[in-house]
Design a protein around this ligand. Structure first.
Ligand SMILES: Nc1nc2c(ncn2[C@@H]2O[C@H](COP(=O)(O)OP(=O)(O)OP(=O)(O)O)[C@@H](O)[C@H]2O)c(=O)[nH]1
Ligand SMILES: [Mg+2]
Length: 491
C-alpha cells in the first residue's frame, strides 16, 4: 500500500516538474514575444513622434504663412479702404463739379434786363460822355448793384436782410464768431489754425438748416453737411483748379440762437492776408474786398493773441474799402488769452490807431468768441452794435438809392459842364458886344472875322449836347430802376 502510494507521489512529482518547466518555457517565450512587441511598439512610437514633429513643423509653417497672409490681407484691406475712401471722395468731388457746371441759372427777367442795360446802353453812354471824372467809381457801384441783385435772386432769403460782413486777418476767429450765431451745434463753419475759409459764405437765419453753393453761371446746388465741413482752403486746393472759380460763394441757412438777430444776414469772408504760399490764397484779398464792400455793415475781427493791436496792414485794407456808407465795429478777439490789465491798453491803442487813420468806427470790444464773453469795450458794446444792426433793410430800396447816387454823379458832372458852358457863352457874347462897340482898327473885314470866330466858339459851348446826355442819363436810370423793381417782383 505504501509502495503504491510512493510510486504515485513519484509520478506526480515528475509530472509537476515537467509541468513547471513547460510553464517556465511558455512564460519565457511569452516574455520574449512581449519584448519584441514592445520594441516594435517603441519603434512605432518613435516613428510616430518623428512624424508628429514633422507635422508640428508643417503646422507651424502653415500657421506662420497664415499669419503672414493675414497681415498681408490686413494691409490690402487697408489699401482697399483707403482707395474706396479716395474713390468716394473723388466721386463726391466730381458730382459737386458736374452739378455746379450743369446748374441751370435761375432765370429772373428783371436781372437779365438790368445786365443787358448795364453792359449795353449804359456802357455806350459812358463811352460817349466825358464829363464825369469818377466814371470808374460809377461803374463799380453799378456792378455792386448787379452783384447784390444776383445774390438776392439766387437766395431770396437775403431779401430785406441787413447784410453784416465779417472781415479780418486770417485765423483771427471770423468763422468761429459767425458760428456763434448758430442754434444747430452740429452745423459749424469750418475753422482751424491754417487759412481755412476760402469761399465767402452768406449766413441767413432760417427755420431749417440748408447749404447751397452758388455757381458762376448763376445756378445753385445743395451741399451736404459732411462735404461742407471739409470746405477748407486745403480742400479747395485739392481740386486741380480753383473751385472758387466755379463756386464763388455759398449760403448757409440755419436757425439763429436768438430771435433778436432775425433781420441780420452775415457774410463770412476769407482772411484778406493769408500767407501767400502755394494755392489760391493770393486772390483772397480781392474776394474778401468784394464781399466786404457790398455789405451794409462791417465787423472787423482782430486776433489779439498775435498782434495786441490793429496791424497797419489791416488799417490800410480798411482804408481801401469805402466805409462812408457803412458802420464798422472792431472785435478784439481771443481776449481770453490776455490779462484784463493788458486788454485796456490794447483797446486804447486800437482806438488811437483807428483815429490816426481816420477810420470811423462804432466801437471796439475786447471779446472772446470761444467764451462768448466781453471783457471791456470802447464806444458801444458789441451786443448793442448787433442789436442796432437788427433792422430790416429792403434791398430794393437800398439798390434804388445806390442807383440814384450813381446817376446823380452824372447829373452833377453835366450840370458843372452846363454852368461852365453858359458862363463861357455869356463871356463870348459880351466880348462880341465889346468888339462891336469899340470897333477893331479901321478894317471892318478883320472885325467880321473875329466876330465869326466868336460865334463859332459860342456854338462849341452850346448846351444842346449836354441836354441830350442829361436826357439819356435820366432815361437809363428809369429803365434800370424798373428792372430792379421787376426783379424783386419776381421773387
Ligand atoms: N483762445 C481763443 N481761440 C479762438 C477764439 N476764437 C477763435 N479761436 C481759434 O482761432 C483759430 C482760428 O479760428 P477761425 O474761426 O478759423 O478763424 P478765421 O478768421 O475764420 O480764419 P480764416 O478763415 O482762415 O481766415 C481756431 O483754432 C479757433 O479755435 C477765441 O475767442 N479764443
Ligand atoms: Mg474762416
Amino acid at each position: 500500500m505504501s509502495d503504491y502510494k510512493d510510486s504515485r507521489l513519484n509520478v506526480l512529482d515528475q509530472l509537476a516538474k515537467k509541468q513547471s518547466s513547460y510553464f517556465c518555457f511558455r512564460r519565457k517565450s511569452l516574455y520574449q514575444q512581449t519584448e519584441v512587441c514592445i520594441a516594435e511598439l517603441d519603434d512605432r512610437i518613435d516613428k510616430c513622434a518623428t512624424e508628429l514633429l514633422g507635422v508640428q513643423q508643417d503646422l507651424d509653417t502653415v500657421k506662420a504663412s497664415e499669419a503672414r497672409l493675414e497681415a498681408d490681407l490686413k494691409e490690402r484691406q487697408g489699401e482697399v479702404d483707403a482707395l474706396s475712401l479716395e474713390n468716394a471722395e473723388l466721386t463726391s468731388k466730381s458730382q459737386l463739379v458736374s452739378s455746379l457746371l450743369s446748374a441751370k441759372p435761375l432765370h429772373n427777367e428783371g436781372l437779365r434786363e438790368f445786365k443787358e442795360i448795364l453792359y449795353g446802353d449804359f456802357l455806350d453812354f459812358a463811352n460817349e460822355e466825358s464829363a464825369l471824372a469818377e466814371e470808374a467809381k460809377a461803374i463799380l457801384l453799378l456792378q455792386d448793384i448787379e452783384q447784390r441783385m444776383e445774390e438776392v435772386a439766387l437766395h431770396p432769403g437775403l431779401y430785406k436782410k441787413n447784410v453784416v460782413a465779417i472781415g479780418g486777418g486770417f485765423s483771427s476767429g471770423k468763422s468761429t464768431f459767425a458760428s456763434g450765431f448758430f442754434e444747430n451745434l452740429e452745423l459749424q463753419l469750418p475753422i482751424g489754425i491754417e487759412p481755412v475759409t476760402a469761399i465767402p459764405t452768406y449766413i441767413i437765419p432760417d427755420s431749417e438748416s440748408h447749404i447751397f453753393g452758388f455757381s458762376r453761371s448763376g445756378g445753385r446746388v445743395p451741399i451736404d453737411v459732411q462735404m461742407y465741413k471739409k470746405m477748407s482752403h486745403d480742400y479747395v486746393k485739392s481740386f486741380s483748379f480753383n473751385l472758387r472759380d466755379i463756386m464763388p460763394s455759398m449760403v448757409v441757412g440755419t436757425p439763429f440762437i436768438d430771435e433778436k438777430f432775425k433781420h441780420i444776414a452775415l457774410v463770412d469772408t476769407p482772411g484778406y492776408n493769408p500767407a501767400e504760399s502755394e494755392g489760391y490764397t493770393d486772390k483772397d484779398k480781392a474776394v474778401a474786398s468784394k464781399h466786404l464792400k457790398t455789405a451794409n455793415a462791417l465787423i472787423w475781427v482782430v486776433g489779439v493773441d498775435s498782434y495786441g493791436t490793429i496791424p497797419r496792414s489791416d488799417l490800410m485794407f480798411l482804408e481801401s474799402l469805402d466805409l462812408s456808407e457803412k458802420e464798422l465795429y472792431v472785435v478784439a478777439n481771443k481776449a481770453d488769452l490776455k490779462a484784463q490789465s493788458e486788454l485796456d491798453e490794447i483797446l486804447d491803442g486800437m482806438q488811437e490807431m483807428l483815429e490816426d487813420y481816420d477810420v470811423p468806427f462804432k466801437g471796439i470790444s475786447a471779446y472772446s468768441v470761444i467764451n462768448q464773453t466781453e471783457y471791456s469795450f470802447r464806444g458801444m458794446p458789441l451786443g448793442e452794435f448787433l442789436a442796432s444792426q437788427n433792422k430790416s433793410v429792403p434791398s430794393r430800396t437800398k439798390l434804388t438809392e445806390q442807383l440814384t447816387v450813381v446817376f446823380q454823379m452824372y447829373l452833377d458832372a453835366f450840370e458843372d459842364v452846363v454852368k461852365n458852358e453858359s458862363f463861357m457863352n455869356k463871356q463870348l457874347h459880351s466880348l462880341g458886344l465889346d468888339i462891336l462897340s469899340l470897333g477893331l482898327d479901321e478894317d471892318e473885314s478883320e472885325e467880321e472875322k473875329v466876330l465869326e470866330r466868336i460865334e463859332q466858339l459860342k456854338k462849341s459851348f452850346a448846351n444842346s449836347e449836354m441836354a441830350r446826355l442829361v436826357e439819356t442819363a435820366k432815361a437809363l436810370k428809369i429803365r434800370m430802376n424798373s428792372s430792379i423793381v421787376n426783379m424783386f417782383g419776381e421773387l
